[in-house]
Design a protein around this ligand. Sequence first.
Ligand SMILES: Nc1ncnc2c1ncn2[C@@H]1O[C@H](COP(=O)(O)OP(=O)(O)OP(=O)(O)O)[C@@H](O)[C@H]1O
Length: 264
Amino acid sequence: MRNRINLRAKEGIPILQVRQLGKQFDLRIARPMEVTPLLDVSFDIEQGRFLGIAGPSGVGKSTILKSIYRTYTPSSGSIVYQSELFGEIDLAAASERTITHLRKYEMGYVSQFLRVIPRVSATDVIAERLMSTGVEREEARMAARQMLERLNIDKKLWEGFPATFSGGEQQRINLGRAFIVRPRLMILDEPTASLDRRTTEAVIELLQDMKRQGTTMIGVFHDWEVMERLSDHILVMDGKGSGQVRDVLAASASRKAEGGTVHV
Ligand SMILES: Nc1ncnc2c1ncn2[C@@H]1O[C@H](COP(=O)(O)OP(=O)(O)OP(=O)(O)O)[C@@H](O)[C@H]1O
C-alpha cells in the first residue's frame, strides 16, 4: 500500500545522483540532423531537497526532467536513484516495467499540460490516481475534495469535466493529481505557468508542505522569484550541454550585494 512507502533515502546517500547525462535527438526532417541539448550534466540531490534548473530557452531543462522520468531515454550517463521498492537503481537503464512501478508509487511528474480524460469529473481525475495505489474510492474522493479546495478550485466545478475547464483550472487539476499521492521524488516542469498570483501562492505552499514531509523535488519555473523561494540549489545550464549547481542563499546574497539582476 502507498502509505507504507518511506520518503527517506538511505542515510548519507543522495537520493538522486546524475552523472555525465547526455541526450541527443536524431532528426530526420528534410535531411538527417542531430540536436544535442545535453552533453555532460552531473548533479546530486539530497533527500528532501529542492533543486531548481535555470537557463535560456532550448538549453535542455525539460530534457533533464524527461530523462529522469524516463519519457526520454538518455543517450549517455547515469541517473542513480535510491528507490524504496528497488534499492539503488539507474533510471537511465531500468526496464520499462520498473519505470512503470516507480511512476505509480514513487515518482510524480507535472508539466503545463493536462492529458484530459473525457467524461471523468475533476474529483475522480484526482481520486483515481490515489485509488491506483490501493486507496478505497470514498477515502480517495474525500482526499481529492480536500485537494481541490486547497488548489482554490470553485466547488461548482468539482463534479464537472476538466476538458471544459480553463487552462489555469486544468493545470490545478494536473497538480492535484500529482500531489495527491505524495511521491518521494517530484519532477516539476513549469507547474505554475498559467496560474494567477493567488493560486501560485497556494501551489508554493503545497510544495513547501510536501518538502517538509520529505519529498525530494526537481523543477523548472518560468518565474525566477518562485524558483528561488522553493529551491535549495539551482542548476544553471550553460548552453554548451552542461551546467553548474549554485547555492541559492549564496547567489541571492551576492546579487543583493551587487544590487543587480542575474540573468541565466
Ligand atoms: N523530442 C524531441 N525531438 C527532437 N528535439 C527535441 C525533442 N525534445 C527536445 N528537443 C530539442 O532539445 C533542445 C532542448 O529542449 P528542451 O525542451 O529541453 O529545452 P528547455 O531548456 O526546457 O526550453 P524551454 O525553456 O523553452 O522550455 C531543443 O533544441 C529542442 O528542440
